[in-house]
Design a binder for this molecule. Structure first.
Ligand code: ASP
Length: 325
């Protein structure tokens, strides 16, 4: 099984991964204090967020929209067959089916979502089509597939040889046990604020590895995996979807920002709420990231290991989120 979140932890809290523009300097040292960032800015979950941010930031730097930046950014990760938690190459459910979930949202409340979508490698773009071309917000399963095909998306086998081998190894024991901070789940969630002050977010995943057939997590659920409001900011989640849904996680983070908390404080508030609702947090990991309308960002998780990628006019960095434990 591939691991991706490796090198950064060995070199410290903040790492500079290559500037977009020539003058790059190390910026914040943690995600726990607000800063006044210059617009535009893009932030994403995990190491793979760097790849998404680089593409998204290029769009933002040219004056492009936040919604284009988040969609085109996460597509990079969906298209990477070596990434086993998003798009093609994603871990299948326990019956061997790769089923994808995604949603996208703009600050004005426009949103679209697909869940339990099979054989289409870019669910985020199907979600955007749901937002733009239908009177609905969410399409699932065969209905989502039918709509995607009508919109010109092509069917593909999403189970790569490498992931199939991992599935066959898993089948020998067929145990489902969520384990924190291993590579069996790592959604990409991306939030962006463009030069015109528009905010948007996207979230896309193959969900928890070895899930029950038909299981849908938080990622395609507006308010759980992602929430965006032009009046308050944006937030997204990664980790065990059931815990995020139980607390309407991302909507609550945005609500906390509306009530005056910084992005970091808002993430802490909702992680604490998750703690109060769960007796045993040992194997439960959830992380939130948030962005306010001034470009301040924050992140927080239950356990260590969660990191976010940040892209703005200083360049691209990865930052480890603080955690409750
Ligand atoms: N939240 C996703 C889910 O539960 C997985 C993840 O973010 O790691 O489907």
């Amino acid at each position: 099984m591939k691991t991706r979140r490796n090198f950064i932890r060995t070199i410290g809290l903040v790492s500079l991964i290559g500037p977009v523009q020539s003058c790059a300097e190390p910026k914040k040292e943690s995600t726990d204090s607000p800063k006044n960032s210059t617009k535009p800015i893009i932030i994403s979950t995990w190491d793979h967020g760097l790849d998404a941010n680089k593409v998204g930031y290029e769009i933002l730097a040219k004056g492009g929209s936040a919604i284009d930046a988040v969609e085109k950014g996460v597509i990079v990760v969906e298209n990477d067959p070596s990434n086993q938690t998003v798009g093609i190459g994603g871990f299948p459910d326990r019956d061997g089916n790769v089923t994808l979930d995604a949603c996208i949202m703009k600050g004005d409340g426009s949103c679209g979502s697909v869940a339990f979508l099979q054989e289409i490698k870019n669910p985020i773009s199907v979600a955007r089509k749901v937002m733009e071309e239908t009177p609905h917000i969410m399409l699932v399963g065969s209905g989502a597939l039918k709509f995607a095909l009508e919109q010109g998306f092509k069917k593909e086998n999403l189970l790569t040889e490498e992931t199939k081998k991992d599935y066959e190894i898993w089948l020998t024991k067929s145990e489902y046990k969520p384990v924190i901070n291993i590579e069996n789940h790592d959604t990409i969630s991306t939030l962006a604020l463009d030069v015109n002050g528009r905010i948007a977010g996207a979230c896309t995943t193959s969900g928890a590895a070895w899930k029950m057939h038909g299981r849908v997590g938080d990622s395609p659920l507006i308010g759980a995996g992602l929430f965006v409001d032009q009046e308050a900011g944006a937030a997204a989640a990664t980790g065990l979807g059931e815990a995020v849904i139980r607390t309407a996680g991302s909507a609550m983070v945005v609500e906390a920002m509306r009530n005056g908390l910084s992005p970091y404080e808002a993430c802490v508030e909702v992680v604490q709420r998750i703690k109060r609702k769960h007796d045993n947090l040992k194997d439960l990991q959830v992380g939130f990231l948030a962005l306010d309308m001034n470009g301040n960002y924050g992140a927080y998780s239950i356990h260590p290991g969660f990191n976010i990628a940040i892209g703005d006019n200083n360049g691209h960095i990865l930052v480890d989120a603080k955690s409750m434990y």
